[in-house]
Design a binder for this molecule. Structure first.
Ligand SMILES: NC(=O)c1ccc[n+]([C@@H]2O[C@H](COP(=O)([O-])OP(=O)(O)OC[C@H]3O[C@@H](n4cnc5c(N)ncnc54)[C@H](OP(=O)(O)O)[C@@H]3O)[C@@H](O)[C@H]2O)c1
Length: 256
């Protein structure tokens, strides 16, 4: 018996590092998984990796698209009968720039995906979960939701917002038996942190990497699977008294 046997999970950002690791982990723990991504091509690649599996399905939806998000949740209910877990994980790092150089469009693009997108995913699961009196929503925030970093204002604002949305949703949905929590990863070795390193120093991204690693007590980046393990716990009934909290997973970065 797996830790998610009998449960259906919706995972957004399923084509990215943390999302894909979570799809694989959730399936291995017995869940039925609806993997949502904005790229049909990347979802097809994920499907080939997973192989023939009646517990796995995909849906193409940009997380900023309200209709597509609603349709994804409807399709999950139609195909698997219920939604027990939402992992609202899609996110973008946006552009790295001093606050005075950013345009409003650059700022809004990050907020649209990381804030409005996360809220939309919650919105279209909430009623269903409330009516069943059970559910676990896990959102991907970041240590950028707990502390600030220079030249990352849209991303910082968006991830602070995720932590606040999780607290608010926990207060609204907790009485109906639905738990809402966030994970706040530190640097995780995948495409997103490589993009940030590259943007911070196009001529020498390795020096950025070394500088960040030097400030992590554990002396390394985390990996996608380590984050998936924490998400799995929060999604599962083992986390039955967690609600409204943000769980850092950062090798001790924010402990200082
Ligand atoms: N990597 C880190 O160091 C780190 C640290 C803290 C928090 N996080 C957070 O972790 C989450 C997952 O990111 P990751 O680390 O796995 O990086 P990633 O590999 O870049 O994955 C990001 C995922 O979000 C999807 N996405 C972005 N914009 C979208 C949109 N408008 N609509 C639908 N999907 C969209 C991407 O889709 P495409 O594949 O189509 O681009 C991808 O599946 C994000 O919320 C990120 O902010 C990452």
């Amino acid at each position: 018996m797996g830790r998610l046997t009998g449960k259906t999970a919706v995972i957004t950002g399923a084509t990215g590092g943390i999302g894909e690791a979570s799809v694989v982990r959730f399936l291995s723990e017995g869940a039925k998984v609806m993997a949502i991504g904005r790229s049909a091509e990347k979802l097809a690649r994920l499907t080939s990796r997973i192989g023939e599996n009646p517990n796995f399905a995909t849906f193409v939806a940009d997380s900023t698209d309200e209709q597509a998000t609603a349709a994804a949740m409807q399709q999950t209910e139609a195909q698997f009968g219920q939604i027990d877990v939402l992992f609202a994980n899609a996110g973008t790092e946006g552009d790295v720039a001093p606050l005075e150089s950013l345009t409003a469009d650059q700022f809004r693009a990050v907020i649209e995906t990381n804030v409005v997108g996360v809220w939309l995913a919650m919105k279209y699961c909430a009623e269903h979960m409330k009516s069943r009196g059970t559910g676990s929503i896990v959102c991907t925030a970041s240590i950028a939701g707990v502390v600030g970093f220079p030249n990352l204002m849209p991303y910082i604002a968006s991830k602070h917002a995720v932590c606040g949305m999780v607290q608010t949703a926990a207060l609204e949905l907790g009485p109906a038996g639905v738990r809402v929590n966030a994970v706040a990863p530190g640097p995780i070795a995948n495409r997103m942190i490589e993009s940030l390193e590259q943007q911070m120093s196009p001529e020498d991204p390795d020096s950025v990497h070394e500088g960040i690693v030097a400030s992590i007590p554990m002396g390394r980046y985390g990996n996608n699977e380590e984050v998936a393990n924490l998400v799995l716990f929060l999604a599962s009934d083992e986390a039955s008294y967690t609600n409204g909290a943000t769980y850092t997973i950062d090798g001790g970065y924010t402990a200082a």
